[in-house]
Design a protein around this ligand. Structure first.
Ligand code: SF4
Length: 342
């Protein structure tokens, strides 16, 4: 039976600045099943990382969760005390960031830091923690693991440091790992190594993963489901195959066409970029947020924010093009009526 480990219900997060409230996440809902890897993709400022920090309750003022629920193993994290959340972080939920140097202290050896992380979360002896630290380095593919335990972070390459962090994050066998752009700063070869390591460790421990990236191609390679975010909202969500080969939203379409070398229907497409710039943080929320950049915008797009239209098999899209009465402006969209019928 599928176990729903995490569920967000209408989550809202804002930043309260001197210039006013910035609604960074504007009511998003999605779930993650046990052992599943889902991808959250979108440009900078789309709300992906704020979503991650909200789930982990690591938001710093002036950021604040303003509404909704984060159900983790049926417990609403929005309401639990900080002490309980600290226990959940590290033991049951972990997060890794783009820059591994942020997570490793330059003045302590790597071995010291791995052992400390283990001892903080597991009741085992120092000797056992040392053996486990060596195992983590081995699993992370670090050669001469026992010797490297005594090295400092600067003696590891960027890719090695990120592999150590991933090994550390997964060694406590969390139920869920949030990886926020873990491969962005790395070259393609190292990126492939990191993805392989995450896949191996996920399979070994059955960890659920939320993989946050601006790169739809990487997400498609790693995840079974994709969530596309724009302006703090989910624009489209669905299984990788239907998002990639049957996308219903012009923004997703733009992301796919901007992947170098993407092949659609058997032939390579010309690289296309998405027109315009990301939305103004203080913009009004009337109509579709993607409208100023959309080649298919209609009158209704300016007046009313689209609801989610069901595209079948867990695929939904927030775009008026799927409305049964919308004029046929985008030939690639197979439309559905608001009630879900084609
Ligand atoms: Fe474009 Fe309208 Fe769809 Fe928004 S709702 S993505 S403006 S067609």
């Amino acid at each position: 039976m599928v176990y729903r480990i995490l569920e967000l219900k209408n989550l809202k997060t804002s930043f309260f600045t001197k210039a006013g409230e910035v609604e960074a996440v504007r009511g998003i809902s999605f779930h993650v099943d046990k052992g599943e890897a889902i991808g959250i993709v979108g440009e900078s400022g789309s709300g992906k990382s704020v979503t991650a920090l909200s789930i982990m309750k690591l938001l710093q003022p002036p950021g604040k969760i303003t509404g909704g629920q984060i159900l983790f193993k049926n417990k609403n994290l929005v309401e639990i005390p900080n002490k309980e959340m600290r226990h959940i972080r590290g033991n049951e939920m972990s997060i890794i960031f783009q820059d591994p140097t942020m997570s490793l202290n330059p003045v302590f050896t790597v071995g010291n830091q791995i052992m400390e992380a283990i001892l903080n979360h597991q009741k085992i002896s120092k000797k056992e923690a040392r053996a486990k630290a060596i195992e983590i380095l081995r699993l992370a593919g670090i050669p001469s693991a026992e010797k490297r335990l005594n090295d400092y972070p600067h003696e590891f390459s960027g890719g090695m440091r990120q592999r150590v962090i991933i090994g550390m994050a997964l060694s406590c066998e969390p139920d869920i790992l949030i990886a926020d752009e873990p491969t962005t700063a790395l070259d393609t070869t190292i990126q492939a190594q990191i993805l392989k390591l995450m896949r191996d460790l996920k399979n070994r421990w059955g960890t659920s993963i939320i993989f946050i990236t601006h790169d739809l191609g990487v997400a498609a390679d790693f995840c079974s489901r994709i969530i596309v975010m724009y302006d703090g909202l989910i624009m489209e969500e669905g299984p990788v195959k239907s998002i990639f080969f049957d996308s219903k939203h012009p923004y997703t379409r733009g992301l796919i066409e901007s992947i170098p070398g993407v092949i659609q229907k058997g032939r390579k497409k010309r690289l296309v970029s998405i027109n315009g710039i990301s939305p103004d943080l203080f913009s009004s929320h009337v109509g579709c947020p993607f409208m100023p950049r959309c080649d298919f915008a209609m009158k209704i797009c300016k007046e009313k924010q689209p609801p989610y239209f069901d595209a079948g098999e867990g695929h939904r899209s927030k775009c008026w093009l799927l409305h049964g009465e919308a004029p046929k402006k985008a030939p690639w969209v197979k439309r559905r009526c608001a009630d879900g019928n084609r």
